[in-house]
Design a protein around this ligand. Structure first.
Ligand SMILES: NC(=O)c1ccc[n+]([C@@H]2O[C@H](COP(=O)([O-])OP(=O)(O)OC[C@H]3O[C@@H](n4cnc5c(N)ncnc54)[C@H](OP(=O)(O)O)[C@@H]3O)[C@@H](O)[C@H]2O)c1
Length: 311
């Protein structure tokens, strides 16, 4: 697909026989709408979420629209390296995986450290997905042409530097928005480095990234209040929905990244005004996101942090 071409879900081919593992499938979020569309096209979906009742609700909603949908549920808390290891061990019996969609994420959360000593946004948005991808790599390889899709953000451009400090050590005042930006920059650095490492080693897996512009999900409410509804969370949710594109449209870039014929390290996002909305196409990224030295260094830090070297 050329860099200029705009894409719509009509371009999605039949996905029968393809296995796709997607993180963060909660109802109303990008993961839900991404999964729904993939289920319509016949993919076998493994839906990985930290709150099983929420994943079950999404399964019911998808089954209502796609009665024959093939859906598997996996418990996964990306903010816990132990949980990621447990989930990957459970997924190991599910056979080859064609596409891993690292969709789950948090945004602008108050300062917190995980049980592993990592800052919460970096843990959830980068280190957890880094470990998950490494542990699932054998299954991605087994598919013959695996693909890893990372959901980044326009906000990667607010990062003034790559997150290359010791992730276990707090340096200076915590600033929730720059740290979110750094975690989303990390998604792009990860994508580029994974792609380069797989090509260098002849590993049949490619890496691409997507961003949804500004989409009406629960991301703001979850990040600012710790929940998706009730009181101030509902007000935030409604406000975001009033000024952003609908969440189902926000899933289009992810769907393009999962299914379109794209070169490795491609990045897709909305084609509309300032990339906030509209049908997706290939888009550019910040200068920092193209820094291959930073990408290599972040990879080494990540390997050390999660205790896994790959590919
Ligand atoms: N919406 C936008 O405008 C926008 C813009 C740019 C980028 N993005 C990116 O899009 C992705 C999806 O976000 P969204 O907008 O759909 O937000 P959302 O509605 O809040 O969905 C986020 C998903 O991530 C899951 N999640 C959060 N922490 C997790 C953890 N520790 N372990 C496993 N799952 C976890 C949530 O599960 P629970 O429901 O159980 O909390 C939920 O399923 C994120 O990576 C986000 O950074 C969104």
């Amino acid at each position: 697909m050329s860099a200029e071409a705009v894409w719509t879900p009509e371009d999605i081919p039949d996905l029968s026989g393809r296995t796709i593992l997607l993180t963060g499938p909660t109802m109303g979020g990008l993961g839900h709408y991404t999964a729904l569309e993939l289920a319509r096209r016949g993919a076998y979906l493994i839906l990985a979420g930290r709150t099983l009742s929420k994943v079950d609700a999404t399964v019911s909603a998808i089954r209502k629209e796609v009665p024959g949908a093939q859906l598997e549920v996996l418990e996964l808390d990306l903010a816990s390296l132990a949980s990621v290891r447990k989930a990957a061990a459970e997924a190991a019996v599910l056979g080859p995986i064609d596409v891993l969609v690292n969709n789950a994420g948090v945004m602008g959360t108050p300062y917190a450290r995980t049980e592993d000593g990592l800052e919460l946004q970096m843990a959830t948005n980068h280190f957890g997905p880094f470990l998950l991808t490494g542990l699932l790599l054998p299954q991605l390889v087994a598919s013959g042409a695996g693909r890893v899709v990372s959901v980044s953000s326009l906000m990667h451009t607010v990062a003034l530097k790559a997150p290359l400090g010791d992730p276990l050590v707090k340096k200076g005042r915590y600033q929730r928005w720059p740290v979110y930006g750094q975690s989303k920059l990390a998604n792009l650095l990860f994508t580029g480095e994974l792609e380069r490492r797989c090509r260098a080693k002849g590993v049949p897996v490619s890496a691409v990234a997507a961003h949804p512009g500004f989409s009406g999900t629960h991301l703001v409410a979850n990040g600012q209040t710790g929940r998706a509804s009730g009181g101030i969370a509902s007000i935030l949710d409604a406000t975001v929905k009033g000024i952003s594109q609908p969440a189902d449209a926000g899933a289009w870039p992810s769907l393009m990244a999962v299914t379109a014929d794209l070169p490795g390290d491609a990045y897709v996002g909305p084609s509309g005004f300032k990339q906030l909305g509209g049908p997706p196409r290939r888009v550019g990224r910040s200068k920092l996101a193209k820094d291959t030295d930073a990408a290599r260094r972040l990879w080494e830090i990540s390997e050390e942090t999660v205790g896994l070297r790959y590919p």
